[in-house]
Ligand binder design. Structure first.
Ligand SMILES: Cc1ncc(COP(=O)(O)O)c(C=O)c1O
Length: 406
């Protein structure tokens, strides 16, 4: 009999290298393989299962909405989506409107079209979007134009709208590009996720906001990974006194189902008119019902606050570990439950550490080749923090003497 891995390799196109484990069940903060082995999930389906797996409030919403209707098309009024849009607007701009999509890349596509509608309306002669080197905004062709990771975009055609790439956190080059090219918009991830968990500095974000105001550019934040409570606020830009024009969201909002979109502040909320954009499935009433359950748990049941406290304990422990093993760990970047552990290790060594952790029953992600990325559920417990830190330290201690540390 063939294994799941063999069947996967035979029948599913290989666009990612997968862990060699077939999942049989997921519950709370754990995944279980088909043999029943349990894994602490420290990356939650790449920042999706913010409430852990099979959260009772999610299951309740799934059943309740499942019994009402699953799909109605966007030709009807859709109460769960209307309710979710209202809450997203009220918890961000106060006034504005939401466009819903099925995924993050589609949210980016919508943002590109919105910027173009805005250029047409303003007639101010500005063109193009500024993005950051190593940013990740999705893999469909329009979104890929804004994703500045050569390994991701190099083999594919590039749509010809202007895109200007700048180094993150370098104010001078940002100002220079804005002066020289007169772009129409700036799009940033407040913390670059796939680009290696790199936080944008407060001064840099404030400069973007100021430039956008002065030069009549749109300020867009891609909160697809950083949003929905991941960094300790509903959206990461809310840690600063910023007021972007557009917020992109996806991942965590659907509580495990596909859902994404953008929130447009009032002055750009009516740029899309009937016929300008749309898709058959979004907003899925089921995903939207789950989205409302996610917001209930985060904002009303106090999970946002609980997650913040456990994240603080995790950060503290990681800093201690870094001080105890400076030859292995360089530092930690990110915020809240989005952490990038920087190492002095080679890509091969990090891969080995990842497989040792897997063997020990802990799932971590690796990004930018040598950064161990953690995207834990906000339901993580202090006991699980201790389990992870003790296991990591044990493995490091065992492996350290054998490593040719740079
Ligand atoms: C910041 C950011 N933007 C966009 C995307 C694309 O989202 P999706 O994979 O849902 O298309 C991702 C996915 O990782 C992301 O992290």
């Amino acid at each position: 009999m063939q294994t799941w891995q063999q069947l996967d390799q035979a029948y599913i196109m290989s666009t990612v290298s997968r862990y060699p484990i077939a999942i049989g069940k997921a519950e709370g903060n754990y995944l279980y393989d088909t043999e029943g082995k349990r894994y602490l999930d420290l990356f939650t389906g790449l920042a999706v299962n913010t409430l852990g797996h099979s959260h009772p409030r999610i299951l309740e919403a799934l059943e309740e909405q499942g019994r009402r209707f699953l799909h109605i098309s966007n030709l009807f009024l859709n109460p769960p989506a209307i309710r979710l849009a209202e809450r997203l607007v009220k918890h961000t701009f106060g006034q504005g409107k939401v466009y819903f999509s099925n995924s993050g890349a589609e949210a980016t596509e919508a943002a590109v079209k919105l910027v173009h509608k805005w250029i047409q309306r303003e007639q101010h002669g500005r063109q193009g979007i500024v993005v950051l080197k190593n940013s990740f905004h999705g893999r469909t062709l329009g979104a890929l134009r804004l994703t500045r990771q050569p390994g991701v975009y190099q083999d594919f055609p590039q749509p010809d709208f202007p895109v200007f790439e700048v180094e993150p956190n370098q104010i001078d080059s940002l100002m220079e590009v804005c002066r020289t090219h007169r772009p129409a918009a700036i799009l940033v991830e407040p913390i670059l996720g796939a680009g290696g968990v790199v936080s944008l500095e407060r001064a840099y974000l404030e400069t973007i906001e100021q430039l956008c105001k002065e030069e009549q550019m749109l300020f867009l934040v891609d909160e697809i990974q950083t949003g929905i409570g991941r960094t300790g606020k509903l959206f990461a830009y809310q840690h600063f006194a910023l007021s972007p024009d557009v917020i992109l969201f996806a991942k965590g909002i659907g509580g495990g189902l596909p859902l994404g979109g953008l929130i447009a502040s009032a002055h750009v909320a009516d740029l899309f008119q009937p016929g300008d954009h749309g898709t058959t499935f979004a907003p899925s009433p089921l995903s939207a019902a789950l989205g409302n359950a996610v917001l209930d748990v985060l904002l009303e049941d106090g999970l946002l606050e609980q997650g913040r406290q456990v994240a603080d304990a995790l950060w503290e422990e990681l800093h201690r570990l870094q001080q105890a093993h400076p030859r292995v760990f360089k530092g930690v970047d990110g915020r809240g439950m989005m952490l990038g552990i920087r190492t002095h290790l080679s890509a091969e060594q990090v891969k080995r550490l990842q497989s040792e952790l897997l063997e020990a029953g802990i799932l971590v992600n690796v990004t930018a080749k040598t950064v161990v990325r953690l995207l834990p559920p906000l339901t993580l417990t202090r006991a699980e923090v201790t389990f992870f830190i003790e296991t990591l330290e044990r493995l490091i201690t065992q492996m350290e003497p054998a490593w040719e540390v740079n």
